[in-house]
Design a protein around this ligand. Structure first.
Ligand SMILES: O=C(O)CCC(=O)C(=O)O
Ligand SMILES: [Fe+2]
Length: 187
């Protein structure tokens, strides 16, 4: 379903700017409504069951494909500027990556600050919180899609937003890890 809708991926520039194609992110992607196929409805339901999060404010499924040399340089998934997300939905509290293919070589999702690299495996889902319980940004979550060296990589991204998670993930006044702030300024 995604193939006829795939377009070159873009990145978010400074607030107010246009979405840009960039060597920072070399892939194609398509946005798909969950209701358009029972498999996608099932993916969202599984995510909700596994995490307990409310999926009212989820972005559409973003299916992305990286060919050989395709990659996504280190970035955060949360928006640093509140103009980049609807106030009634809040920021991207969590990310789930559904791996939709294996990759022969390369293509791991890497977290340089955490020394973690996750190799794509069909059927696996990688999930993490981008925000602390205090809803401050967790800068340790910087991550990258490593270059595909051989084969082709398909993923489905789901971004869950913070509003409506009051009961699923109650807020706290403290950050989970004070130390995460230091990672904002490390290049
Ligand atoms: O390709 C990956 O493994 C990571 C993708 C990603 O970080 C994103 O699309 O925001
Ligand atoms: Fe990302």
């Amino acid at each position: 379903m995604a193939v006829p809708r795939m377009h070159r991926s873009t990145v978010n520039p400074l607030p107010g700017g246009q979405l840009k194609k960039s060597a920072f992110r070399v892939s194609k992607n398509a946005w798909l409504a969950y209701e358009s196929h029972p498999t996608m409805v099932g993916m969202l339901r599984d995510l909700k069951d596994a995490t307990g999060l409310d999926t009212t404010f989820c972005e559409q499924l973003q299916v992305a494909n990286y060919g050989v040399g395709g990659h996504y340089e280190p970035h955060w998934d949360f928006f640093r500027d509140p103009n980049h997300y609807p106030a009634e939905e809040g920021n991207r509290i969590a990310t789930a990556i559904f791996y939709l293919s294996e990759v022969e070589q390369g293509g791991a999702t890497a977290f340089p600050f955490l020394d973690i690299a996750v190799k794509p495996q069909l059927g696996n889902v990688l999930f993490w919180y981008n925000l602390h319980r205090s809803l401050d940004k967790d800068y340790r979550t910087k991550h990258a899609g490593c270059p595909v060296l051989k084969g082709s990589k398909w993923i489905g991204n789901v971004w869950i937003h913070e509003v409506t998670q009051t009961f699923a993930r109650p807020c706290d006044v403290f950050r989970d890890h004070e130390v995460s702030l230091e990672y904002e300024i490390i290049k």
